[in-house]
Structures are given as structure tokens and as C-alpha cells.
Design a protein around this ligand. Sequence first.
Ligand code: GTP
Ligand code: MN
Ligand code: MN
Length: 407
Amino acid sequence: VSVATEDIPVRMPSYECQRITALKHHNHRFTTALELLEEHAGYQGGGQRADSRARGFRRASCTLKSLSHPLTSIEQAGKLPNIGPHSLAVIKDILEDGYSQEVQDICDGDFYNTMQLFTGIFGIGCSTARKWYEKGFRTLDDIRNDSTITLRKDQKIGLELYQDLNTPVTLAEANIIQELVKAEVQRLQPGATVVLTGGFRRGKTEGHDVDLLISHPTEGKETGLLSAVLARLRRKNLLAYESTTANTYDPSTVTKKEYTLDHFERCFSIFKFDKSWISSKPTSQSPPGVVKPGTSNPDLPHQGDRVSLGTAGGSDGESTAEKAWVGRRVDLIIAPASQYAYALVGWTGSKYFNRSARLYAEREMNMKLTSHVLYDPVKNQYLSASSEEDVFRHLQLPYREPTERNC
Ligand code: GTP
Ligand code: MN
Ligand code: MN
């Protein structure tokens, strides 16, 4: 007897962290649309309301990603968890017409496209991007050429390296950067570990940055490591930008504060990734140093422009139009051994997996989960974990591989 997939009863737990969510799934035609709506809702002003609207689309999308077969009926969608009325209407349109007019209109609109362009600038968030949109700015040159705009150092570099930073980082590049940092770290502190986390650890082959979690099996030996590593990288002229934040972790605040961000010592940086480190394309091109006629893409650095990064960037010798490196965003995070397992879960993500795990911990387990620790307020106990498996066990969740946390 053959049973149509829509007749199979679906039992799906409502927390994303209770489910398996792989990168590849059966419902991309819905999830692409829903995540565009999420992005668009996030661009809107209005603080928490906009955020929760955005999250609604994301949760619906996550549900469809966890579904073991293609969705074929609106009735079944209606029985799945976390799909609100707006998402349901969009799903219905796609089922019936093959597309959603609402999504199409957003895609075709000035607002969405301009917001995407401006928030793609490193250092620019939604509110600045929206302000610029409302003033009538539409292109990067509008921003570059307006004398009334003053940009922070990170935002200036974001504009200068716009093209670089909006070209996805490949896994091959991420591995090279990880090896490079590991070599420096281990020179300074033998036995120290450098792990590629973030999207790459979840199996993605491209990402917007490289997330490296640095630790040492002996608690305390990670102290001072970040600034020493940065000094070495700086001396080798490998950094175009760096911004370090000190460790502000205080275990006693775990119960009080809303822990969405963590408190590890970290550096948000831009590496100068030497183009010669990788040969992604066979080079039938001009030899190094020869400038080829530029393209007409207005968002490419202007032909003849010198990519000068002032104090943050290249040495004075670098005055050629085409630089020898590509800017790559790298996050370096330092975790002490005792917090490492929680840091690894936290920095592996996805963001929505973490979010659901925290909600689950709070509502179902009456515990507080952070990237530092799991705290049981009833027993007044910090639960120690030496592996990711320990973290899942403490939460009474079935273990999920990083590749299964792609919600
Ligand atoms: P791409 O970089 O776009 O490929 O995706 P990603 O999943 O790697 O995203 P991102 O680099 O932004 O973040 C990596 C992981 O670190 C995600 O799970 C984030 O939730 C997490 N993360 C980012 N910033 C912070 C932070 O300040 N604190 C904590 N605890 N986690 C963070
Ligand atoms: Mn990342
Ligand atoms: Mn990151």
C-alpha cells in the first residue's frame, strides 16, 4: 500500500534544538521565500515588534527545513509547529502559484535592495542603513560622496573593502586562515587549540566570515594569548582591521542578565588574505602588478583608486591600484578550558539553534544556558561540561552533530 507523504502524520517537537536541521532539505522553495521575509522584516524599524515578526518567518522556515519530505499540502503545513498565519499564507501562495507575489514585490523594491546594499557594509547596522535610505541615498557612491556623513574607522574600511567582504569566504580560505592562526598561537603557547567554528563547522562551504575559537587545555594558559597573536599578525602585515574586546565574564551575573551576547575576550578583524595563497581560478590573466581595464561595477573600488587604509591598513609601499590581498572577516574568540564546551556550542550555532536551546533550557529545564556555562538556579549549581555531548546531556536533549544544527 502506498501512502501519500501528506497523509503521514508528522510529529515534530517545537523547539528547533530538539530536531535535526540539515543544510540540505526538501523545502528550499518555501524557506528561501520565508527567510527573505525575515530579512525584510528585520530591516523595518520598530524594535522588538519588528524583531519578533522577523523571528516568526524564521521559525516557520526552520520547521520546513526539519521536515523529512517536500511539503505538498497546506493542510499539513497547518498542523506543523511554529507556522503563523502570515507564513502559512505565503506557503499557500507558493503551493498554488509556484511563487509569492508579496516576496516578489519586496525583491523588486528599492527598500529591500538598498537595505541589503547598505547593511552589507561592515560596521553598518539596520538603523543607519534605514536612515540613509530615508534620506534618499541608494548607492555606495551616494554614501562615499556625501560630505555630511561621518563614518567610524570600521565603516570606512567596510566601504573600501565592500567588494572583498561581500564575496563569500570559501572553506579552502577558512582552512588556510585557521592553519595560519594555529601556527602563530602554538608558537606562543604549545598545546593551545584553534578550532574553526561557525557555519563552516556546520558543514557550510561558504560563509561571511571565519570564526576561530582559541583555547588551551590548561586553564589560564589562554590568558594574554590574543594580544600576543595579534601582535605577531600585525608585524607580518596580515591585518587590515582589528577591534578587541576584553573578557567581561562575571559568573554571578548569569542569573540576572539577558545573555544574548557572550563575554569572552575576542577580536573582530579583517585579515589580508594574500591572493597567492590560493589559486581558485586558473590564471590566464595579466602577471602580478599589471592593471587590467576595470569593470563598470560601481561597487568595485574605483579604477585607479588606491586602497589606502590609513593606520589600519597597508604600508606606504602599497600604492598599486590592485592590491595583492583580499579582505576577509575573521572573529577570534578566547575561551578558558572550563567554559570551552559551552563556547563551542555557542560559536558553532546556528544563531537560531542557540536561541532555541536557551529558551528550551529556561522553559523546560528551568536552567540558564549561555556560551560560558549552564546554571541550575534551583540547585544553585554551575554544571560543568567537558564536551558538547555533556552540554546536550545536561539539557536532556539528544545529541546533535554540528551539521544537524542548521536552523
Ligand atoms: P556565516 O558566518 O554567515 O557563514 O554564518 P555563521 O553561522 O558562522 O554566523 P556568525 O559568524 O555570525 O556567527 C557564528 C556563531 O557565533 C553563531 O552561532 C552566532 O550565534 C555566534 N555568535 C556571533 N556573535 C556572537 C556573540 O557575540 N556571542 C555569542 N555567544 N555568539 C555569537
Ligand atoms: Mn561565521
Ligand atoms: Mn562571526
